[in-house]
Design a protein. Structure first.
Lengths: 252, 113
């Protein structure tokens, strides 16, 4: 299957899902500061395809996340990532096959409004656990809406513990920027940028990694889907040169 | 902190800041000023209802889209759009009424300028 065919297949699969506009996302790698309305329950499916590393041209990995999102108040939402799993192939991926990575819980609290306040701000916290794996991810979310134009920025600090006794530790600082323009209420286009630095054992610093690419978000009466394609701008051997993420969801 | 790390670490927020300073505010939710309330009186909406309607828009609607350019909407379209959107935003009848009054006042206020 060619890469173009794979991308189109992933996006068409997303379009087939029944969904509503509530909780629809403009970005797939950047979080927005607004939260789901109270009482809303939404099911979101994430599919991320990563391919081709400079050190492993045969690398292919498809990651899946299944999220249940609950609007609690006008300012607070909670989500459960029921299962994170992936299919991987390639020398750097180890043995080809499926891996269940774990489950997670996510909390987002909105502090200020991206329209009426000088800047919209929110706090994000996620805890993820799996077999010999625990991760804590904290984000500061910032956003400003200028009518149809939205700018969103996330600063993320991630701490991982893994292995027997959770002895191996790694930290990561990530920042991401999303730009989105509403062509009409049904179609939004934009771009996303991601910058990452890993700190193995919190004592070293790996080279920076930078990714950039376009995105599109499509909403109709009963569904929405957002897709982002990122290319690696740097040339880090152990990072995919190309990745595509599609998120689609529906409300109950 | 290495210079090599510092430059890319700062470039993303710098890009955001430049874009923020270059853009002008359009299609934002107009605040409920005295002039806006006067326009609302003609639409049979009081200040409290208009504030509630604006809050509904800011807390529910902007999650998905900007304020539509209601200046060009005919008199039937605003109630029709609000009626179709209200269930998706989990609005109760009071919130739906307030949002409707706010949007028709936005249209009336723009027409009187």
């Amino acid at each position: 299957m060619t890469k173009i065919t794979t991308i189109l297949s992933l996006f068409l699969a997303a379009l087939c899902a029944q969904s509503a506009l509530a909780g629809s996302r403009r970005f797939t790698y950047v979080y927005e500061v607004t939260t789901s309305p109270p009482g809303d329950i939404e099911f979101e499916n994430w599919v991320t395809w990563k391919t081709h590393k400079p050190d492993d041209h045969a690398f292919d990995q498809v990651e899946f996340r299944h999220e249940l999102e609950f609007g609690i108040t006008d300012k607070f939402q909670m989500a459960v990532y029921v299962a994170d799993w992936n299919y991987h192939h390639g020398m750097s991926a180890g043995e080809s096959g499926f891996t269940l990575n774990g489950s997670a819980i996510e909390l987002i609290y909105n502090f200020t409004n991206p329209v009426s306040d000088p800047i919209g701000l929110a706090a994000y916290q996620e805890f993820k656990a799996g077999y010999r794996f625990f991760e804590s991810e904290s984000k500061l979310l910032a956003q400003k809406n200028f009518g149809r134009f939205v700018v969103a920025y996330n600063a993320t600090l991630e701490a991982e513990w893994e292995g027997e006794g959770l002895e191996a530790r790694e930290g990561e600082f990530q920042q991401s920027l999303g730009l989105s323009y509403e062509i009409n209420p049904h179609v939004l286009v934009g771009a996303e940028f991601v910058h990452e630095i890993a700190f193995p054992e919190w004592s070293e610093t790996e080279p920076d990694k930078f990714f950039a690419g376009p995105n599109i978000s499509v909403r109709r009466d009963k569904w929405w889907a957002t897709m982002t394609a990122l290319a690696q701008v740097t040339r880090e051997g152990d990072e995919p040169d190309f990745q595509v993420r599609t998120i689609f969801g529906f409300s109950f | 902190m290495k210079i090599k790390f510092l430059f890319p670490a700062l470039i993303l927020p710098a890009v955001a800041l430049i874009l923020v300073s270059c853009e002008t505010t359009v299609n934002s939710a107009p605040p409920v000023t005295a002039a806006f309330v006067r326009a609302g009186v003609r639409e049979k909406a009081d200040a409290r209802t208009l504030e509630e309607g604006r809050n509904v828009f800011l807390n529910r609607c902007i999650a998905c889209h900007a304020l539509p350019d209601v200046r060009h909407y005919d008199s039937d379209r605003i109630p029709r759009v609000v009626g179709s959107m209200a269930p998706r935003a989990n609005l109760n009848s009071e919130q739906t009424h307030a949002l409707l009054k706010y949007l028709v006042t936005v249209k009336a206020s723009a027409a009187s300028e």
